[in-house]
Ligand binder design. Structure first.
Ligand SMILES: Cc1cc2nc3c(=O)[nH]c(=O)nc-3n(C[C@H](O)[C@H](O)[C@H](O)COP(=O)(O)OP(=O)(O)OC[C@H]3O[C@@H](n4cnc5c(N)ncnc54)[C@H](O)[C@@H]3O)c2cc1C
Length: 399
């Protein structure tokens, strides 16, 4: 595997670096405190071409390769993992269309993301179906006119309050069915320049085709407060046949395909956060002196910094291997996607926790960024499959 960046990767990274340094880092602490949705940043990211990376060239998308996508998400996450989670969610929701949709579906459901800065949601998790998503009960049922009706409730859905389109996994026929389908539900566009740019309450969306979507009040979260998370309930939503992606019994396979792509992206979020925690801790321990020495020169503290650095480097290596395997569509890509997610989540948690410790009492103050990174890091070990689920996948493959 060649670690040399291509010219196009270097150009992308330079662009994201500049963006993070100028637009995100200087204001991040104040913005995070307010729990505002960063529409302006999402809009600028779209203008810069660092959003919607997986959309195929056939509909004028960027169709960025998996390794470059991972590097871009890592860099964005160095600035803020709430913002990168929100940005990455478009690809999470749209990959299934890019992978399994017809040309007409790509034109209908992907082109709007090329044309304007809109957001998508990926609706898999339900209150009774988290790690075990086969227990979902949201379902589509054929009505007398041959169309389908979608009913059910999803929870913890990223971008929900601001989404213009929902990718929904659901049972076919009845809530207890063995078959899962993937349906796309477009909704009236929500745009950065809408008069009400911050949504703080629940909202009902009446769909022109029939039925409604109820979006819950945005969740008040421990961390990643710049991403939006809410419940999404579908009531009698009319689904035409062209809104069903691929084979309506193959949804479970499509979920695995999406997660194989998305888990390295969560790993990239973890690596970005771990690196940020390392860098701000290095800066802090280089300027603070105790016992007549810089903290970074005290042997035991130096050892902790070395351990942090090793975690970042190893997480980066496992990220690149997973991205490479997914890019090559290797048979064993799933196990490396799980490995990268676990290793990167562990690095993020370790670097944030130890970084806070090396800041002493100052790290416990909310004005210090390291305290925010500790709050942000936990979700990396949970979303897109908790640590134990990744271990289950790895265990199943190696035995
Ligand atoms: C901020 C945020 C954003 C999210 N965004 C999205 C989104 O956009 N779309 C979406 O569909 N979902 C999203 N999720 C949901 C997320 O993917 C789930 O929370 C996650 O998969 C875990 O499900 P759960 O919360 O129901 O936990 P549970 O499945 O109830 O698990 C709880 C705990 O039980 C243990 N456990 C579970 N399974 C096993 C096992 N097999 N073996 C051993 N122990 C186990 C683990 O310790 C686990 O942490 C998001 C969640 C959050 C918090």
């Amino acid at each position: 595997m060649d670690f040399t960046l291509t010219d196009s990767q270097q150009m992308y990274l330079d662009t994201v670096n500049r963006f993070v340094k100028n637009e995100i880092i200087p204001h991040i602490m104040a913005r995070e405190k307010n729990h505002d949705f960063p529409w302006d940043i999402i809009q600028k990211a779209w203008e810069l071409g660092i959003l919607n990376l997986s959309i195929p060239e056939s509909v004028k998308g960027y169709e960025v390769d998996v390794i470059s996508t991972a590097l871009i998400i890592r860099e964005l996450s160095y600035g803020d993992t709430g913002i990168s989670t929100s940005a990455m969610c478009n690809d999470l929701a749209n990959t299934v269309i890019a992978q399994h949709g017809t040309d007409t579906q790509k034109e209908l459901f992907l082109k709007p993301f090329v044309d304007g800065p809109i957001l998508a949601s990926f609706c898999l998790t339900e209150p009774g179906a988290g790690s075990d998503n086969s227990a979902m009960t949201t379902y589509i049922k054929k009505a007398a006119d041959g169309k389908y009706l979608l009913n059910g409730a999803k929870c913890f859905i990223t971008n929900a309050s601001y989404a213009s389109q929902f990718t929904v996994f659901c049972k076919v026929g009845k809530p207890s069915s063995n078959f899962i389908a993937c349906v796309i539900v477009p909704a009236p566009r929500v745009l950065p320049w809408d008069p009400v740019s911050q949504i703080n309450e629940s909202k009902d969306i009446s769909l022109p085709g029939g039925g409604k979507i109820i979006i819950g009040k945005p969740e008040d979260k421990l961390g990643q407060r710049l991403s939006n998370t809410a419940t999404v309930t579908f009531e009698e939503v009319v689904i035409e046949s062209d809104q069903i992606i691929g084979d309506r019994r193959m949804g479970f396979k499509y979920i695995i395909d999406v997660l194989d792509y998305a888990r390295p992206m969560v790993a990239a979020i973890g690596v970005g956060l771990a690196k940020r925690a390392l860098d701000i801790t290095l800066a802090y321990t280089k300027q603070r002196t105790q016992f007549g020495q810089r903290i970074c020169d005290l042997p035991v503290a130096r050892e902790t910094l070395v351990q942090m650095w090793k975690k970042v480097e190893l997480a980066e290596l496992s990220l690149l291997k997973a991205a490479f395997k997914v890019q090559e569509k290797a048979e064993d890509r799933g196990i490396y996607a799980s490995l990268a997610k676990n290793i990167a989540a562990e690095a993020a948690l370790f670097c944030a926790n130890e970084g806070l410790h090396l800041h002493g009492g100052y790290g416990f103050m909310t004005e210090y960024e390291i305290s925010k990174l500790v709050r942000d890091a936990h979700i990396i070990d949970i979303y897109e499959g908790v640590r134990e689920v990744q271990n289950m996948i790895i265990g199943r493959e190696i035995v």
